[in-house]
Write a protein that binds this ligand. Structure first.
Ligand code: SF4
Length: 234
């Protein structure tokens, strides 16, 4: 797993930080150094093995964290906001690196992000969460072209675009509710611009719209057939 904040140990060198997971698993020193040298090369840190975290940029420190996570050759790599603390250029480099690792190692990736723009760039499948539950899930192509949940529609609509530069920047009204004070019925009700009285009766179940496209909204089919996303972008 790779977290948003790279928590390298300052007194350990790059190779010892990256080898930490293998060390905890009891892999002997020669074997773990050999494995870690391979993954440091994969993440572009060959030659930096003996440096210390204070000598590295934020992007390099995150690469060490990724090296540590892949050193054990996991089947699943969980990345929790791995680029949020990085500037945009470094962010793109890390995203390219993640895609390369996916191709070279065949590892599955669960990428957690609040930035839908990033997910639309490379995810195969996207699950959108609101107030602790999945409200919509679909392939990237379907989610972007035919979103069925008003929260997803709002998120897509608030992505800045140079093609729409004369248009006023759109946001989703209201704020995320407190978990101690969740609304009755649909949790998105107070912020939803498509709400109806029926939405207050009970929280909608995830409904299968087509071929694995699921949404937690009683109006999804209606919104998709009426092209709500196109309307909201005009
Ligand atoms: S169920 Fe109603 S309030 Fe909830 S997202 Fe759908 S339209 Fe909006």
């Amino acid at each position: 797993m790779v977290f948003q904040h790279y928590g390298l140990l300052p007194h350990r060198s790059v190779i010892d930080n990256a080898a930490w997971g293998l060390e905890v698993q009891g892999v002997d020193r020669d074997a773990r150094y050999a494995k870690v040298r391979e993954v440091l090369a994969l993440v572009g840190l060959m030659g930096w093995e003996d440096r210390f975290p204070t000598e590295l940029s934020g992007g390099m420190q995150q690469r060490v964290m990724i090296a540590m996570a892949i050193a054990s050759r996991p089947d699943l790599l969980i990345l929790d906001e791995p680029t949020t603390a990085l500037d945009v250029t470094v962010q793109n480099q890390i995203l390219d690196l993640i895609m390369q690792l996916k191709r070279k190692m065949g590892v599955s990736i669960l990428f957690i992000s609040h930035d839908l723009r990033i997910m639309l760039g490379f995810a195969d499948r996207i699950a959108v969460m609101y107030a602790g539950v999945i409200v919509e899930e679909a392939t990237r192509e379907i989610l972007f072209s035919r979103p069925g949940h008003p929260y997803t529609i709002g998120l897509i609509d608030s992505i800045p675009s140079v093609r729409r530069r004369k248009r006023r920047f759109k946001t989703i009204d209201g704020r995320m509710p407190l978990f101690s004070d969740l609304p009755q019925g649909c949790k998105f009700y107070p912020r939803c611009k498509f709400k109806m009285d029926e939405c207050l009766q009970e929280e909608p179940e995830l409904d299968d719209l087509s071929y694995g496209h699921i949404s937690r909204c009683i109006r999804s089919k209606d919104l998709m057939s009426n092209g709500a996303i196109k309307d909201s972008q005009s």
